[in-house]
Structure formats: C-alpha cells, structure tokens
Design a protein around this ligand. Structure first.
Ligand code: TXA
Ligand code: MG
Length: 348
C-alpha cells in the first residue's frame, strides 16, 4: 500500500488536505493523525471492517479494545450511555487527555470494543485531530499509531517508521505536547470512577471533580499469573524496548555515582537528568529533562526509549519516577518498559 504523508501546520488553512483524510476514513481506510498525547491510528469507529484493518496494521491482538475519538464531549451520548459523572468529567477535562469508559451503545460494533459491553470515549484537544474528526462526521476508532509492542509514537517520524506501507495516510502535525497516552477512567456509578491508566489528567485533578476515585492495582503493580486485569490492555507487556531496562531508585548522588561506575564496566544507555550530563561520560546519554520537570520527562520518554533501544547497549538505565502528580503516569509506563525491574542503590 502506498502511504501518503501530509504535513499539516495550520488546520484552519489546510481544509482541502483534511477533507481528503476525512474522505479516506469515511470510505473505510486508515489515517494516522496527531493528538495532544500521542499519534493515533484512525478508522471508522462504526465499521467492523475498519476495526479489523486497524488490528492488522498494528499487529495487535483483537481482544484489546480501541478508543472512540469524538469532536465534542456531548457526542458521547450517541455511542455510549452517559451519566452525571461523565458530564462532570467532560466539563472539567474535555477536550483534553482523558478517556472515559462507559456502557456501549449498539452502533459501536463489538470488534471495536474487543467484545466488551463498554466503550472508551475521548475528545482530543489537538486542532488537527479535532478538525479531522469533525470533518469526517463519524466517530474515529484509534489506538496509538505504533506497531504492537513498540512505544507510542510522539512524532510523525515514529509513525512512518512503524506504519509506512500499512496505512493510507499519515498526517504530520509535529511533536505531541504531552507525550504519554491519555488518562483512562472507568465510570463505576454516580460519583465513582476507577483510574485504569494514569496520564496528563492526574489523580489529584480527578479527585477535585469526582468524590470517589479508585486506582486499579495494575497501575503500579505487576499482575499475578492468575489475576484478571480491569482493562485488557493491562495484560500486554506494552512499551517494552528489546534492550533490558533497569530503573534506579535511591539518593540522587548515589545513583549518579552508580551510573558512572557502570559506564566504565559495560555498554549502557542512560536516560539521565539534565543535571547529570556533566557528571557522566558523554556516551549513549539521553537527557530526559531537568530532575523536577516531569512534563518534559513525559514528553521525551517514548522518543528516548526508541533511541536508546537502537544503541545495541547491554542495558538501558533510567531513574524511577515519583508516584505523585504527572509522575504516576511516568512511573506506570516506565515500570512496564522495565518489566518491573527496579534496583535500589544504597550508599557504600
Ligand atoms: O492518548 C490516547 O489515549 C491515544 C490517542 C491516540 O488517543 N490512544 C491510545 O490507544 O493510547 P491505545 O489503544 O493504545 O490504548 C487504549 C487502552 C488499551 O489499553 C485498552 O485496553 C483500553 O484503552 N481500553 C479501551 N477500551 C476499553 C474498555 N472498554 N474497557 C477497558 N479498557 C479499555
Ligand atoms: Mg497503545
């Protein structure tokens, strides 16, 4: 398949290009597009055939459900059964990096929801995503636009590397602002939700709007062999580079000293803090941002994991993030990339 790659710098002026992309979607084709979180791989969310094409293009198991992307928060009512909890979340956080799981309406085929009776709904704030969904006039089913098992794409180059020849069109809208996938919550009833995947909308922000916010155990912990995840996506080892990733915890000076010693002993790639650049050998170092700048670390994480994995190193070292604020989303992605391998560094 020949993949068209179109750069969209100003969606308001490039309506002809966006109309072509919307036409491809309406005709059952696939279009990758930027969002504020990561790039999505879009298809018609009411079309069984389009869903099958999405799973095939990604190489993704078809029991892992897709998110339905809508142009306006109130459109959710057409595809899902909404309640006051949804309306409260929508008015606080939409458009934006929040996905809400609700009971599914018949118009969304089971192939899209991986056989579930619930559907995930999200209203992205990115102007290109918004314009595309509005022009298409249909709900857009879209997982992240990476091959299954690769980190989510945060720029068009990642999408091109993974999906060129497998989709009809890729819209290049530059770098994604947040860099981690949306926060996913499941509506449990009035005033009660469960956080299934942390993201740009933090636990604290959710608590300001909804009285009861539970955190699914799989957000921070490995599932036991026989445990059933609340979200099918939790059971897959996502975001995992082929080089082993080890997360380091401990006093910052001790961790930096450990890294310097490891650099002398083996071939390591290091996702380091900017403050460490002058303290380590300038070899396979990938600065993630300043130590306290969690937003910069979130934005760069997937790009740097892709780069570090291309170095042919023995190991990728990174810092264990805090579990507070945006740190919880970083923590969740990084412990999965590391298959829960955390090394405590103690002073000696
Ligand atoms: O930021 C994002 O959410 C990006 C952009 C493109 O919008 N999309 C994204 O999609 O990350 P994906 O498919 O890579 O991740 C969606 C996750 C999966 O882990 C899936 O299992 C879960 O959402 N999910 C979808 N529908 C669900 C449902 N009905 N119940 C439970 N989990 C669901
Ligand atoms: Mg994904």
């Amino acid at each position: 398949m020949n993949t068209q790659i179109i750069s969209i710098s100003d969606p308001a002026k490039q309506t002809a290009e966006l109309a072509r992309a919307a036409e491809i979607l309406r005709a059952g084709g696939l279009v990758a597009f930027p969002t504020e979180t990561v790039y999505g791989l879009g298809g018609n969310g009411t079309d069984d055939g389009a869903a099958k094409k999405i799973y095939a293009a990604k190489g993704r198991p078809s029991d892992n459900p897709l998110i339905i992307h809508i142009a306006a928060p109130e459109d959710a009512d057409r595809y899902a059964v909404v309640n006051n909890t949804y309306r409260r979340l929508a008015s606080a956080f939409m458009p934006g990096p929040l996905t809400v799981i609700l009971p599914r309406r018949e118009i969304i085929p089971r192939s899209v929801t991986g056989g579930l009776d619930t559907v995930a709904v999200r209203c992205p704030s990115h102007p290109v995503a918004h314009a595309l969904i509005a022009l298409a006039g249909i709900p857009i089913a879209a997982p992240s636009a990476n091959l299954s098992g690769k980190p989510s794409p945060t720029c068009a180059a990642h999408v091109i590397a993974d999906l060129s020849g497998r989709v009809d069109m890729i819209l290049d809208g530059g770098d994604c602002e947040i860099g981690l996938e949306s926060t996913i919550v499941k509506v449990e009833g009035d005033d009660e939700i469960t956080l299934l995947r942390p993201g740009g909308i933090t636990y604290d922000a959710l608590c300001m709007v909804i009285p009861n916010v539970h955190i699914a155990p799989a957000v921070t912990h490995a599932l036991a062999e026989n445990e059933r995840p609340l979200s099918p996506g939790m059971k897959y080892r996502h975001y995992a580079p082929s080089t082993p990733v080890v997360l380091l915890a401990g006093d910052s000076a001790d961790v930096t000293a450990f890294l310097a010693a490891e650099q002398a002993a083996k071939k390591c790639a290091i996702l380091c803090y900017n403050e460490e650049l002058s303290l380590l050998r300038p070899e396979r170092l990938f600065p993630v941002g300043a130590r306290d700048d969690l937003a910069a670390q979130a934005q760069s994480l997937f790009r740097l994991l892709r780069q570090a994995d291309g170095e042919g190193a023995d190991v990728i070292y990174a810092h264990l993030p805090p579990q507070t604020g945006l740190g919880l989303a970083l923590y969740n992605r990084m412990i999965r990339a590391a298959a829960h391998t955390v090394k405590e560094i103690r002073h000696h």
